[in-house]
Write a protein that binds this ligand. Structure first.
Ligand code: ADP
Ligand code: MG
Length: 304
């Protein structure tokens, strides 16, 4: 089996006495869209900046393409494209001229044809000659991705690329990332603080909180519908009380209040439990179901 494209092992970063990243281990395989999920302040940017050698780890190791990052920095960074800070462009120049400028900073020069191809790839065709100052935030993000692709990297690292975008902008980025994986065989590491964004685009993910790993694995395993947290709401209030000792309910009960009862169920069980409650004369006014990890993550974000 081929070695992972990115291997992070026991990575730790202190800022003074504060441990921003704490013994983090995960790996990204070739062809992955790999999600890096965590609430604000979890340590995502710190980790990605260490991967790009913008800051030094306090301890731990990083390998790309089966080579240590320390000692092979130039070779490795030459095969990675990234956006970790909001991309910075010359507003008074066109998108095409910006890419020409950035493209020719490096030793390998970039043809104008290649630049048009990239602008087309990120959906900016027809807008190539418009000044960046006339671009929307979403267009600038896509131009940033085009810039990251200038030297045809195998890996693309993006730190919260959809922050501040409207729903359409988010969909554009999502489709672009899938296209880059499927059509251009890119491996993508993308961070976000929004679970649904990662879920819709990635095949695997790691979740971190306060610098520490919380969960890691395939999205389909982590967000399985075998274990869900299901909230039933009813009227009149307090009608749930009489069900708490019912064997049908009791075995699933997580918590309850006068108006809500929270049960742990598999998705298959939800209709049956719902019918059971309705048959017993309860008026169910709402059902809210979340995968267990989704429920956990939303509470993490809320309590942060
Ligand atoms: P995220 O990107 O997940 O929001 P960051 O990696 O930016 O998280 O930050 C992780 C923690 O480290 C936060 O508590 C943040 O305040 C702190 N932090 C980030 N950069 C620095 C720095 N240069 N000096 C001190 N603390 C920092
Ligand atoms: Mg960040």
């Amino acid at each position: 089996m081929q070695a992972p494209f990115i291997e992070v092992k026991d990575l730790t970063k202190y800022y003074g006495n504060f441990r921003a990243v704490d013994n983090l281990t995960f790996h990204v395989n070739q062809g992955d869209i790999y999600g890096f999920l965590g609430p604000n302040g979890a340590g995502k940017s710190t980790t990605l900046r260490m991967l790009l050698t913008l800051i030094r780890p306090s301890s731990g190791s990083i390998r790309f393409f089966n080579s240590w990052l320390s000692g092979n920095r130039r070779m490795i960074l030459g095969r990675i494209g990234s956006i970790v800070e909001r991309p910075d462009f010359y507003n008074y120049l066109s998108a095409r001229m910006n890419l020409e400028y950035f493209g020719n900073l490096n030793e390998r020069s970039i043809s104008r044809r290649k630049i048009y191809e990239l602008l087309d790839l990120v959906g900016l065709n027809g807008r190539e000659e418009d000044k960046v100052r006339e671009y929307s935030h979403g267009m600038k993000q896509r131009l940033g991705i085009a810039q990251a692709l200038l030297h045809d990297p195998e890996i693309i690292i993006l730190d919260e690329p959809t922050t501040g975008l409207d729903p359409e902008g988010i969909i554009n980025i999502r489709n672009l990332l899938k296209n880059l994986r499927d059509e251009k065989a890119k491996t993508i590491l993308i961070s976000s603080h929004i679970l649904s964004e990662i879920e819709l685009v990635a095949n695997s993910m790691v979740i971190i909180n306060k610098g520490k790993l919380v969960a890691e694995g395939r999205i389909s395993d982590l967000l399985s519908t075998d274990e869900m947290v299901v909230t039933f709401r009813c009227s009149p209030a307090s009608a749930f009380k009489s069900f708490l000792d019912n064997p049908e309910i009791k075995q699933h009960l997580i918590s309850y209040s006068d108006t809500e009862m929270v049960l742990k169920l598999s998705m298959r069980e939800i209709p049956r439990i719902n019918s059971f409650l309705v048959e017993k004369g309860l008026e169910i006014t709402g059902i809210d179901s979340k995968r267990k990890l989704e429920d956990y993550f939303l509470k993490l974000v809320r309590d942060n």
